[in-house]
Write a protein that binds this ligand. Structure first.
Ligand SMILES: [Zn+2]
Ligand SMILES: [Zn+2]
Ligand SMILES: [Zn+2]
Length: 118
């Protein structure tokens, strides 16, 4: 946690705020266990450069569970104040209306006035 001094290595999970983390995996994507923001995965791209990849859920939340591989998912952002500022990363399936989000929307949080629906 917070081990920012060490450069990330291949396979590490990174939180922009908390550095290298052991991700929480109980949600739709690997996430920082402290702030629950999606954790970036340190991988090699096609040219062998070390890059940080935004995680995506394996399958959509619809009844057909479409695989959310590259090109089949739209990554978005839903501003929301339920987490005390910030919002939710969203993954929209292109084959059905399913939208997954993370962190979970806190229904007990302050009203956002944004018309957010689960
Ligand atoms: Zn974090
Ligand atoms: Zn789908
Ligand atoms: Zn929310």
């Amino acid at each position: 946690m917070g081990d920012i001094e060490r450069p990330p290595r291949l396979g590490d999970w990174i939180c922009p705020e908390h550095g290298t983390v052991t991700p929480y995996t109980g949600g739709v994507v690997a996430a920082c266990p402290e702030c629950l923001e999606p954790a970036l995965h340190t991988v090699h791209n096609a040219r062998g450069d070390q890059v940080y990849r935004m995680p995506a859920p394996d399958y959509c939340g619809g009844p057909d569970r479409h695989p959310l591989t590259a090109g089949r998912v739209l990554i978005g952002w839903k501003p929301c104040r339920c987490q005390g500022g910030g919002g939710h990363t969203t993954w929209s399936c292109r084959a059905c209306p399913s939208v997954l989000m993370w962190p979970p929307h806190d229904l007990a949080g302050p009203p956002t006035g944004g018309g957010w629906r689960l």
